[in-house]
Design a protein around this ligand. Structure first.
Ligand code: FE2
Ligand code: FE2
Length: 182
């Protein structure tokens, strides 16, 4: 059966691959190697649309509110939302530094620093969700609720990133993986 947590775990897989790519890119930026603007653009769009708007959106708009109906989960859920917010700040900093990349010497270092912070934050965040939050969701949400949520996720994805975009992002991931990790 398709479940909301399986969908989110699959997206975590894509995000974790992006985190590995970002580690390598930040190494290059720190070493003063040139990184193609086109690649940095793809990384930023993936972070903004796929990781934040789509994935964190599904969690914040649908999964978390459902889990927060049980007061025992409130604190954990608000901790995870706070981490999403911190991640957004890092993405904003990467975007701002990207605007000056190639013109200001500090831009590469700033991008690298914020990429590293983002990688650290999201690595821990994803481990918490996969290892602690999702088992709670699987246990506490009824089959009907889970079924409905899967449908809501599908509709949300279409509205937020549009049909076909998901596949394109996976293609980008494969390309970036080849360029930076293989
Ligand atoms: Fe999350
Ligand atoms: Fe997540």
């Amino acid at each position: 059966m398709k479940t909301p947590t399986l969908d989110l775990i699959e997206e975590h897989g894509g995000i974790m691959l992006m985190l590995s790519i970002m580690s390598k890119v930040s190494e290059k930026l720190n070493a003063g190697d040139e990184v193609k603007k086109e690649d940095l653009n793809k990384i930023l769009e993936f972070l903004i649309n796929f990781a934040d708007k789509c994935h964190h959106g599904k969690e914040e708009d649908m999964l978390f509110p459902e889990l927060a109906k049980n007061p025992v989960n409130l604190e954990f859920v608000s901790e995870l939302i706070k981490e999403h917010k911190t991640g957004r700040e890092y993405i904003k900093n990467i975007s701002a530094a990207f605007e000056n990349y190639g013109q200001e010497n500090s831009a590469a270092r700033e991008m690298a620093e914020n990429m590293e912070k983002y990688v650290q934050l999201l690595t821990k965040h994803i481990a918490k969700e996969n290892g602690e939050l999702f088992p709670i969701a699987n246990k506490e949400l009824s089959n009907d609720t889970q079924k409905q949520m899967v449908e809501q996720f599908e509709k949300f994805e279409e509205d937020v990133i549009g049909a076909g975009k998901h596949e394109e992002y996976h293609k980008w991931l494969e390309e970036l993986k080849k360029n930076y990790l293989d």
